[in-house]
Design a protein around this ligand. Sequence first.
Ligand SMILES: Nc1ncnc2c1ncn2[C@@H]1O[C@H](COP(=O)(O)OP(=O)(O)OP(=O)(O)O)[C@@H](O)[C@H]1O
Length: 306
Amino acid sequence: MQHALRLDGVVKRFGAMTAVDHLSFAVAPGEVFGFLGGNGAGKTTSLRMVLDIIRPDAGSIEVLGKPPGRESSRHLGFLPEERGLYRSMTALETVVYFGRLKGMTAGDARAKGRELLDRFGLGANLKTGVDKLSKGMAQKVQLATAVINAPRLLILDEPFSGLDPVNQGLLEDEILNAAKGGAAVVFSTHVMQHAERLCDRLLLLAKGAKRFEGTQEAARATLPARLDVVARQSPAGLDGVESATAKGEVGEGWTAWDVRMAPGRDPADLLQHCTMAGVPLRRFEQHRPGLHDVFLHIVGSAEARA
Ligand SMILES: Nc1ncnc2c1ncn2[C@@H]1O[C@H](COP(=O)(O)OP(=O)(O)OP(=O)(O)O)[C@@H](O)[C@H]1O
């Protein structure tokens, strides 16, 4: 099996509204895949189809080489966006229950459940009723239910929301460990810093349709380059420069400029041009855009067009 998850031309409509629009992507074992999009982009709807909670109107889905359903669910882990646990169970009972559902023996599920809850800082709460746990603690119990079976495909819908920074770090470690162990991990988030730290590849969704899929570097490269330049004369008008804004004098006739390249133009060409033309430069430094900027650029413009 080449891919842990594969969607091909998947469509989901609710009445006249197309929530997921011909969506195709694939995730390989050992890969951390960020599934990113704004509110209402169609992330949860897509993930619910992967989990066989709802069915697509068109297209096909393969989970661990099979159609979504019972057969693949044993090797699947899922943290839903809407958290909810059986309130009458203790933390350990809850995790063991899910382990049993995934086909583990009672002994294995108990041992693994204890180990996980201990690792998540809940060692003293094994016998606490989940209705007595704080929201973040309950969320960690739910995370334990998602990973107890050492899933080959781990799907996390907005897993970071509701966790404090320490627990967000713990979750990041858990995601990276799962991938290191060979699992494919797909997670949705609005928070680009998590995506930045974790994703091997990412997909940007807007209004149900894919706007970008690829590595972080490829995502950054979709933005026109931006540079800090210190020069004696304005770089505006030089080859490939879209705009140059003076930021201030820095002494002895030198000025700092915020330079924006035209889309697709390479700053290296500008540097070469300046060298050849004898344009004196004291500083020439490219900004590394964050995924936040990429998100606004790709998703923002897609939404503005719609
Ligand atoms: N059962 C449903 N019936 C009707 N419309 C639905 C249903 N489920 C989702 N939608 C609509 O489909 C669109 C996509 O919703 P979805 O929950 O998949 O978005 P999302 O990307 O997960 O958003 P968020 O980040 O806000 O959770 C929204 O316009 C939503 O209102």
